[in-house]
Design a protein around this ligand. Structure first.
Ligand code: APR
Length: 252
């Protein structure tokens, strides 16, 4: 692996030469904001069991388990603020150098950092909605009901099941977002992947689409991914440090 500084310089050169840049982010971009990722030791899937969408809709006990996890995670998610990596991507967009931002994250931190147009593949934790009639609430309203003792809230209009506006395992991905993400990946000439283990779909496929379309790939991820062999530059350093150095160099 080249020295850190050479990889930063190489990334800056790629950004200057590119005409269409797509960034793709996962939980690793938000760890420096205090939100645990999923698959690192001590991550969410070490602390909680995955409740699939099918279990959620068919089993009251599974719903209670799911909402218990959400209630416990609420403060971690809601008190988090954008870190240097989120701010760097917002700066890249403001410089007119970022055409697409695709995220698997539900924390809304890219919006808080100032990015305007974001493809949220896994939905958002900022709201919850009734699975039957679609009525929706700010997540804080549902948190208040949980803290008041409700265990698996239902819709006050139609009695349907309420669920955060996020995509669970086994739940259909939002089609429009998926199509836009595929378009962004296959039309870019530089693809920046930040903080994803690339272990679940569609994360595993989207960088591949960019590669197959001829884009250069830069990966910023502490640990190995199954697609490392197709990346031109790989950073194992922290996303906040890497991306803020890149922005600094672009300004100089
Ligand atoms: N800088 C760079 N990389 C980091 C940092 C950091 N500060 N912190 C963590 N990482 C890396 C980890 O090494 C890990 O490989 O980020 C990656 C996060 O991977 P996952 O925990 O698997 O998260 P993600 O890829 O976003 O998960 C995808 O899976 O469980 C579902 O729906 C959930 O959206 C999520 C999806």
């Amino acid at each position: 692996m080249q020295a850190y500084d050479e990889r930063i310089a190489g990334t800056v050169r790629f950004i200057r030469e590119a005409t269409h840049i797509t960034a793709f982010t996962g939980a690793g971009i938000s760890t420096e904001s205090g939100i645990k990722d999923f698959r690192s030791p001590g991550g969410i899937w070490d602390r909680y069991r995955i409740v699939t969408f099918q279990e959620f809709v068919s089993d009251h006990k599974a719903r209670v388990e799911y909402w218990n996890m959400r209630r416990e995670l609420f403060h971690e998610l809601n008190s988090a603020r954008p870190n240097r990596a989120h701010k760097a991507l917002a700066a890249l967009e403001q410089m007119g150098r970022l055409q697409c931002l695709i995220t698997q994250n539900i924390d809304g931190l890219h919006y808080d950092a100032g990015n305007a147009d974001i493809i949220e593949l896994h939905g958002t934790n900022k709201r919850a909605a009734c699975l039957s009639c679609g009525k929706s609430w700010p997540i804080a309203d549902i948190q208040a009901r949980l803290e008041a003792g409700e265990r698996a809230p239902t819709c006050d209009d139609c009695n349907g099941l309420i669920k955060p506006a996020t995509v669970s395992f086994g739940q259909a991905m939002p089609e429009k977002e998926l199509m836009k993400a595929a378009e962004c990946a296959s039309s870019c000439d530089l693809f920046l992947m930040i903080g994803s283990s690339l272990k679940v779909e569609p994360a595993a496929s989207i960088p591949k689409m960019a590669y197959q379309a001829g884009a250069k790939l830069v990966f910023v991820n502490r640990t190995e991914t199954p697609l490392d062999t197709v990346a031109s530059i790989i950073f194992r350093e922290d996303a906040g440090d890497v991306l803020s150095r890149v922005i600094e160099r672009l300004h100089s």
